[in-house]
Design a protein around this ligand. Structure first.
Ligand SMILES: Cc1cc2nc3c(=O)[nH]c(=O)nc-3n(C[C@H](O)[C@H](O)[C@H](O)COP(=O)(O)OP(=O)(O)OC[C@H]3O[C@@H](n4cnc5c(N)ncnc54)[C@H](O)[C@@H]3O)c2cc1C
Length: 285
């Protein structure tokens, strides 16, 4: 896995916030969508890429430059002299292990607090670990939670808008606490539902009845419940499994797939094949 220090931050651009809107309900964790305009013809950002956001923080220890990555969440709009890109960001807070104090994630809070018209500094773009296969018959099993939906939403829109004759099947497993928190599939924005299609695209929603909405158990159960369909898809060599989002999404997946294929040994062998063919790819953060 690449480290943040591996990313070249020398290419920097100003991006204007055109729009910021909350995608999650008021009583849930805050997830926002930001639409950015980059007025620089040399900035060329594509689907299956991410870009960086740079924030300088001043504190008692001096100035620190903070660099974080965000996946492209929609089809970038490229004009002669400008590009419009979209990102999804969750406002992150966590308890500092040493002080026990609540700590606000630096860049996610910065982004969530931006208003339309503000300018921010972005870097990149950078490749994501996965990409849309060139084979139009490829099957995609996409597994995500939270902001992990960002690259998948961009993929799905791109496939159904821009790729002619896509024949592969797409199965999206997406976890949330309630239907209201299903990003792009809720009352706030139902963009992804436009592509629901029994023949090629299905979204399987996994709701967690527990307080920890990102409890991965629910996704595992949904995968097990779809055993027949997944076995059928895995019988084709051109099936890809992509996983995106918080590291919790990964927990239990191996067990679930082992149940689907019949044993841990069988799954170990099949997963090794998938990995060797770059068909099992994780974007975990
Ligand atoms: C290739 C790549 C693509 C990414 N795409 C996105 C994206 O599309 N949207 C997005 O919101 N983030 C994305 N991230 C994560 C993002 O880069 C930041 O790590 C995140 O916004 C937190 O940064 P921060 O400066 O606010 O937090 P920091 O000050 O760095 O604090 C990080 C703390 O927040 C926790 N944390 C970080 N991210 C999450 C999360 N999503 N959910 C729960 N806890 C988290 C960490 O475990 C840690 O405890 C991506 C990361 C990578 C490597």
């Amino acid at each position: 896995m690449a480290h943040l220090s591996d990313y070249d931050i020398r290419k920097q651009y100003y991006a204007k916030v055109l729009k910021t809107r909350r995608l999650s309900p008021p009583d849930a964790e805050e997830v926002r969508e930001l639409t950015l305009e980059v007025q620089d013809p040399s900035f060329d950002c594509k689907i299956d890429q991410s870009f960086g956001v740079l924030v300088e923080k001043h504190d008692d220890f001096g100035n620190t430059l903070n660099h974080r990555l965000y996946s492209v969440a929609d089809i970038p709009e490229k004009d002669i002299d400008k590009t419009i890109i979209t990102l999804l960001v969750k406002r992150c807070n966590y308890i500092d292990a040493f002080s026990g104090e609540l700590y606000n994630g630096i860049v996610s809070n910065y982004l969530c607090d931006r208003k339309a018209g503000d300018k921010i500094i972005i870097t990149g773009p950078y490749e994501l670990p996965f990409e849309i296969p060139e084979d139009k018959n490829a099957n995609l099993i996409l597994i995500g939670m939270g902001t992990g939906i960002a690259p998948f939403r961009a993929f799905i829109k791109h496939i159904y808008h821009n790729v002619k004759d896509w024949r592969g099947r797409i199965l999206l497993f997406y976890g949330a606490k309630t239907g209201l928190e299903l990003l792009y599939q809720n009352e706030e924005d139902d963009d992804l539902t436009n592509y629901y299609n029994e023949d090629t695209f299905k979204a399987i929603h996994a709701y967690s009845p527990r307080p920890l909405w990102h409890d991965p158990v629910v996704i595992d159960q949904s995968i097990e419940e779809r055993s027949e369909e997944i076995i059928e898809m895995l019988s084709h060599l051109n099936t890809y499994i992509y996983i995106a989002g918080h590291k919790k999404v990964k927990e239990g997946l191996d067990k679930a797939f082992a149940k689907v294929v019949g044993s841990e040994e069988k799954w170990k062998a099949r997963k090794a094949e998938l990995k060797a063919g770059k068909k099992w790819i994780e974007l975990i953060y």
